[in-house]
Design a protein around this ligand. Structure first.
Ligand SMILES: [Cu+2]
Length: 117
């Protein structure tokens, strides 16, 4: 029995290490001006890439009843929006400078990234 537990722990820690180093990479898509972001336990995708010379439209859909996620804040763009559950909320960005910008919830607990290229 003890051996079994040790074996299971070993397997799960290998799985964890594997996930930690290989599974956590952000999927950075190619630059696009329209993005659909699902808000569920965080932001999916958590990193989006937009070109710096065109306005970008981000549509957020909150599927998570957690009130922590009910507000979206893009501090660099002075945008703050309430996200009703299961409703699409569209935000338009007019990026000018390439860089990495933050998206977070009203309490600054969940984070996403906007890469402006
Ligand atoms: Cu929050």
């Amino acid at each position: 029995m003890d051996k079994l537990i040790v074996t299971l722990l070993g397997i799960s820690s290998i799985g964890f290490i594997y996930w930690f180093f290989f599974g956590k990479k952000d999927e950075v898509g190619s630059p696009a001006t329209t993005w659909n972001i699902i808000v569920e336990g965080g932001y999916k995708p958590s990193t989006i890439t937009v070109p710096h010379d065109k306005p970008a439209t981000l549509t957020f859909t909150r599927k998570d009843p957690n009130s922590c996620l009910e507000e979206i804040v893009l501090p660099d763009f002075k945008i703050k929006k309430f996200l009703p559950l299961n409703k699409q909320v569209t935000v338009t960005l007019s990026p000018t400078k390439p860089g990495t910008y933050d998206i977070h919830c009203g309490m600054n607990m969940y984070h996403g990234k906007i890469l402006i290229v």
